[in-house]
Write a protein that binds this ligand. Sequence first.
Ligand code: S3P
Length: 437
Amino acid sequence: MQIQPVKQLRGEVSVPGDKSISHRSIMFGALAKGTTEITHFLHGADCLSTIGCFRAMGINIEDTPDRILVHGKGLHGLSEPSSFLDVGNSGTTTRLISGILSSQPFATTLSGDASLNSRPMKRIMEPLGMMGADILSQNGNGCAPLLINSLLPTGQNPSLHAIHYHSKVASAQVKSSVLLAGLYADGLTLVTEPVLSRNHTELMLNGFGANVQTEVHSDGSATASILPCEELYGQKILVPGDISSAAYFIAAALLVPGSELLIKNVGTNPTRAGILEVCRAMGADITYLNENRDSGEPTADLLVRTSTLHGTTVEGAIIPTLIDEIPMIAVMAAFAEGTTIIRDAAELKVKETDRIKTTTEGLLAMGVDVTPTDDGMIIRGGNPVHGGQINSYLDHRIAMAFSIAALAAEGNTEIQDGQCVDVSYPSFFTELHSLSL
Ligand code: S3P
């Protein structure tokens, strides 16, 4: 994919539905009694993997261009798939579904692409194992393929015990996996994480009729708890626009001179909106308009105008609220005056790629002064950024972040395997093109 610098960006964009919420709508809808109607669902490859998994377990999911209907069969309605479940590139599918599958009376195997099958799964195998789940890594390396209930006698119901799990990482995927297993456990299940991670599972499960409580403690750690429940009930869900997708257009409007973009209907849940705080700290001109709520999640239209940015430090409790936006923040830092330090973000190493490596490699290819560190990077910005050869390593967020860098750089940029944006934003390049002058 060749990207040339543009003169200006102008107009309106409505980003696709939130990926985290889209996944959860399918999963919780499948486990609910009755029909769940989902509007503004993200038709990205990751969420299609979730749909594929639940269809393979007997759930009828009608997928029309304007809405999805999930005909749920209740908490005990899934059936044994005829072959392994293909989770594609999706960590969210794998980790959340493992919590659900641990309590089903049949065996399943989860496997994905090369990236997915090298990501750490011990983080869910450990707590699910403590609950009594039968979950094994096929190759014994703590990664997928995962075998779930492979030792369970046919037709027997696994029995899961309630636990209080203290997670070392602030991970919504770990938290959600344990909470979903907790739906089927024998008492109150609790998960404490060092810093609050995205809370869509907690908000949405309560909407479906579960009993989830949350508490943020004075030291910033957070505990979510769930009681087993009899039934979940189908819901109508309007998925807000994905702030992680909006981040690319926010950055594009800030960086390309003379730009003004209205980004409509962006989810601004505080557990996701750290990018907006960082933009403000860097001197960005962003106005919130039409603040609203969709299915319990706050939303706003964002009016973004070109701004002179300066460096900042991104660290601590804000990290989980912007973890997926760090490649984009690093690119903004390259164009900002002064130094930006990103730390406390070692989780970047276990995303679709090691994003400390892939982000710094991309920045270096564009002539940026950047030093990778153990838990982040240091970017000395403000020097000319030139076009270059960017290897996306098939990581959608690397492809998109560097496409934006290319718009504001000098000279042309080649993004290798740019089509990997399909994972979360299939129409990304079309949208970008339509806004470019
Ligand atoms: C997600 C949680 C985050 C995020 C991922 C989606 C989710 O991962 O990076 O893109 O939907 O729960 P971790 O839970 O591993 O931090």
